[in-house]
Design a protein around this ligand. Structure first.
Ligand code: SAM
Length: 460
């Protein structure tokens, strides 16, 4: 039985009234398990799973498997995400301007507080293939997990950056959509993460609220006129939610309403001219989550670049292009570049102008699809390329059994049934896992060592 902090308990009693006992009881139930499938790696049989009503790619699982031991999870065929936070999908879908634009028109989207990448992978899945998504995380130690999840998801149009929100100010008015999924006191995660409960205090709520307001002040400037700002937290209190949402009215925004069926159980909170939507664990099959959507009505500058070339990447010499372009399904959609460390990368041509601007404005970032490295006459393809949705499905590969796929993720060398030569894609149920290099029936395993599964595998 969780012992809630006394002050939090009092505040929730005031907020929920008669519903409080149900709320408290729900916190003592196990949290539901849910996943969201990758629509461009749609290789998972979801027919047995209950759908999440507000996200067409979200599903509840009947129990929690050991995700680490599922090769499809390792390969980015799905992301394990708490169900309430997928309400972002419905919020985006319903925001009228986006309904017309999503999937049809390229948008510039910024996920300002992105690690570990749950909402980034959701946003990416909903955008057209020529939209730009900038996925930013300020805390340096959280960037590698974001990078890994972005690589697994496999969309070459995501730029990952590591900046404080104020570093984005040269990009004022640049983005059609900005998501602030803010760092918060985590009240909504108490049953999933009891540590959040231990760390809860009135002072911390006040600190979080002030930090969120700072982030929103900066985020507000980045949205283009007519664009959308989405503010979300996984908490319940008004200091962090309503108060900051209302603050946005003074920053040139109007509130956007959503129509949510009553049976979903999401509570609409209207106060001071702003509408927000709150999930509670006793009303929805999910954790605590708050979301509020805004449209920018104020003037925003039109940010352009005068830069004509990228800071450090150079075009790949033409004689090399044939060797790398054969790895992609639609190589004509990409231009090929070489970094100072000799890594070859591919940039979506549709985004080149925007990337040029971002290259000038942001220092700590990685963009484009990492293709690999020339070593003498050999081209060593990158792991991110194997996991990319842009990689050619016709490349030679081997379908592995589950046991061999797990051996692959333990970075063991495998033995093939038939002899082969050269680079092969390790596949599981047609989903690419990574590269192997065959010499006869023996293969060398090119899984990056940081990606190796460290846990013991019972079936071995
Ligand atoms: N959007 C993520 C997802 O769906 O996986 C979760 C984001 S989490 C709620 C908030 C993030 O904000 C954390 O990764 C945290 O490191 C980051 N953060 C912390 N302080 C920040 C600040 N001052 N400005 C911007 N982001 C901050």
């Amino acid at each position: 039985m969780h012992q809630l902090p006394a002050l939090f308990r009092q505040q929730m009693m005031a907020q929920l009234g008669d519903e409080f006992p149900d709320f408290e009881a729900a916190l003592n139930q196990p949290p539901p398990v849910s996943i969201r499938v990758n629509p461009r790696k749609n290789h998972l049989d979801t027919s047995q799973f209950a759908p999440i009503p507000w996200c067409d790619t979200g599903f509840y699982l009947p129990e929690r498997p050991v995700f680490t031991l599922d090769p499809l999870f390792q390969a980015g065929a799905y992301y394990v995400q708490e169900a309430s936070s997928m309400l972002l999908a419905e919020a985006l879908r319903q925001t009228s301007r986006l309904t017309r634009q999503l999937r049809q028109h390229p948008l510039r989207v910024l996920d300002l507080c992105a690690a570990p990448g749950g909402k980034t992978t959701l946003l990416a899945s909903m955008l057209s293939t020529d939209s730009l998504l900038v996925s930013n995380e300020v805390i340096r130690t959280r960037v590698p997990i974001l990078r890994e999840n972005v690589d697994k998801w496999g969309y070459p149009t995501i730029l990952v950056s590591n900046h404080d929100p104020d570093a984005f100010l040269p990009l004022a008015g640049f983005f059609d959509v900005v998501l602030v999924d803010a760092p918060c006191s985590g009240e909504g995660l108490f049953r999933k993460d009891p540590k959040a409960m231990q760390e809860w205090s009135d002072e911390n709520v006040a600190l979080c609220s002030a930090r969120q307001k700072r982030i929103l002040t900066q985020a507000a400037q980045l949205v283009t006129k007519g664009g959308t700002l989405i503010y979300s937290t996984c908490t319940y209190n008004d200091d962090e939610n309503g108060q900051n949402a209302r603050f946005l009215l003074s920053q040139g925004f109007t509130t956007c309403s959503l129509t949510l069926p009553d049976e979903w159980g999401v509570v609409t909170q209207s106060a001071g001219g702003v509408v927000g939507y709150q999930c509670y664990p006793h009303r929805v099959r999910g954790e605590g989550f708050f979301i509020s959507v805004f449209r920018k009505t104020a003037f925003a500058p039109h940010t352009k670049t005068t830069a004509r070339q990228f800071r450090s990447i150079k075009p790949l010499p033409a004689r090399r292009v044939g060797e790398v372009s054969r790895y992609l399904t639609q190589p004509d959609d990409f231009s090929f570049w070489i970094k100072p460390n000799d890594d070859v990368m591919a940039l979506p041509k549709a985004l080149e102008k925007d990337l040029l601007l971002l290259d000038t404005a942001l220092y700590n970032k990685g963009f484009g699809l990492e293709m690999g490295l020339f070593k003498g006459n050999d081209f060593v393809p990158a792991h991110a390329l194997a996991l990319s949705t842009a990689v050619a499905p016709t490349l030679p590969g081997v379908n592995l059994s589950r046991e061999d796929a797990l051996r692959y993720f333990k970075k063991e060398n495998l033995v093939l049934d038939a002899s082969a030569t050269g680079w092969l894609l390790a596949r599981y149920q047609t989903t690419n896992l990574g590269w192997m290099k065959a010499i006869g029936t023996r293969v060398n395993n090119y899984l990056p060592k940081d990606w190796r599964i460290r846990m013991d595998i019972p079936e071995y």
